[in-house]
Ligand binder design. Structure first.
Ligand code: NDP
Length: 240
């Protein structure tokens, strides 16, 4: 196989949606993949499809020790790590007045601490080897704030800030933010507010399929060494 992407790539949230599509896209480009999420059955099935250049381990991104063990397992499997795609995320939207504090906390835990735990696990390795690439999947919600999405947008603004901070602090590390618009995935399946769940169905009338975002990740990875793609925004044509 010609390896367009001769790299070891770790992907979080690869059990569905954008993470799964990214694993498929990068496997076609020849990357070696180590994928994680909580649903083992999905990861096992996907890895079986992708073949010998893919391996998996369960991962809860909110647990820093688990993330460290995930990265160590990838290193043991493939001998090195070149790229981390921090993709795992949740979006239980609701108006602030609903006071769904448990859902606010879950979004912050997964979308913010999950990304930070990932960076903490790979950063010392990338510094030691003198290269590495962190790709964080944020959202157009990293640029705007929408009703019922204040906390979600806040988490994505944070991911954008951290991605830029990483770029500024580390010349040896490439740092990319991928900001999708609406994508048809399982995201938001756990919205508990019926009005917001109905509104999400409306927004999804005009949506991307996950492979569109996967191609943006591939684009960032296929650049020559001296090129750092800092942000890609991918929306459906004629999105609001
Ligand atoms: P999905 O719900 O299809 O995928 C989310 C993934 O995150 C799943 O694989 C899930 O796996 C994983 N995940 C959730 N919690 C955890 C956790 N604690 N530990 C590890 N993995 C976890 O949604 P998308 O593919 O759409 O979402 C991927 C990313 O894209 C998210 O960051 C999302 O915010 C972002 N995004 C999505 C948009 C959209 O419209 N769909 C638009 C803009 C950004 P499991 O449950 O097995 O752990």
């Amino acid at each position: 196989m010609t390896r367009n992407i001769d790299k070891v790539v770790l992907i979080t949230g690869a059990s569905s949606g954008i993470g799964e599509a990214t694993a498929r896209e990068l496997a076609q480009a020849g990357a070696r993949l180590f994928i994680g999420a909580r649903r083992a059955d999905r990861l096992e099935a996907l890895t079986g499809e992708l073949g010998e250049n893919a391996a998996w381990r369960t991962l809860d991104v909110t647990d820093g020790d688990d993330f460290e063990a995930f990265v160590a397992a990838a290193e043991a499997q493939f001998g090195r790590i070149d790229v981390l795609v921090n993709n795992a995320g949740v979006m239980p939207l609701s108006p602030l007045a609903a006071l769904k504090r448990d859902e606010w906390k879950r979004m912050i835990d997964v979308n913010v601490h999950g990304v930070l735990n990932g960076i903490a696990a790979v950063l010392p390795r990338f510094v030691a080897q003198g290269h590495g690439h962190v790709i964080n999947v944020a959202s157009v919600a990293a640029h705007i704030v929408l009703p019922t999405a204040a906390v979600y947008c806040g988490t994505k603004h944070m991911v954008r800030a951290v991605t830029e901070g990483l770029r500024q602090e580390h010349d040896e590390i490439r740092s990319t933010l991928i900001s999708p618009g609406v994508v048809a995935t399982e995201l938001g399946h756990d919205i508990t507010d019926p009005a917001v769940a109905a509104a999400l169905k409306g927004w999804r009338q005009k949506s991307l399929t996950p492979d569109a975002v996967a191609r943006a990740v591939r684009y960032a990875l296929e650049q020559p060494e001296g090129v750092d793609i800092n942000e890609v925004i991918v929306r459906p044509v004629a999105a609001d």
